[in-house]
Design a protein around this ligand. Structure first.
Ligand SMILES: *[C@@H]1O[C@H](CO)[C@@H](O)[C@H](O)[C@H]1NC(C)=O
Ligand SMILES: *[C@@H]1O[C@H](CO)[C@@H](O)[C@H](O)[C@H]1NC(C)=O
Length: 137
């Protein structure tokens, strides 16, 4: 009985650790936001290159919705800047996208010409780093 309670407590503590240790919010492009790279001197592959994206993290795309949008596409359509059949579409100007699965994710601006000049983002989402469990309780 006491053991069962201990195990339950340990489980709860581990669950809580996972919850407090998670979720980084990344504003795509930093202060430049989501825009034409030439306008704000932003390079989205460089921006993404040093960031550890994990399941549970959030991407925030911030932009003027009169001029831009966000289309999530597959790898092939990312390379071709083809937005005819996106996986998901966003257009609020301040889109929060929670990363739910590991793997490469691809986002482009669907306004004609924008993806071609570099308004596109590829990220690699990795599993949440294991959190050390408490050794004594
Ligand atoms: C764009 O993608 C759609 C669906 O994936 C495909 O049917 C179409 O041929 C593609 N267009 C070009 C120009 O590649
Ligand atoms: C954009 O969304 C983020 C995350 O939901 C929020 O923290 C921020 O206040 C929003 N910004 C604007 C200008 O609405």
């Amino acid at each position: 009985m006491a053991l069962a309670i201990r195990e339950t407590l340990a489980f709860l503590m581990i669950t809580m650790l996972f919850q407090v240790s998670s979720a980084t919010v990344y504003k795509v492009g930093g202060s430049a936001g989501w825009t034409l790279p030439i306008l704000r001197n932003v390079d989205y592959s460089k921006w993404a290159s040093n960031k550890p994206f994990h399941v549970g993290d959030v991407l925030v795309f911030s932009y003027n919705k009169l001029f831009h949008n966000v289309e999530q596409v597959n790898q092939k359509n990312y390379q071709a800047c083809n937005v005819t059949s996106p996986i998901a579409s966003y257009n609020t100007g301040n889109d929060s996208i929670t990363l739910k699965q590991v793997g490469h994710k691809y986002f482009v601006c669907g306004v004609p010409g924008h993806c071609q000049v570099g308004q596109k983002l590829e990220i690699n989402v990795t599993p949440l780093a294991p959190v050390a469990a408490p050794t004594t309780i």
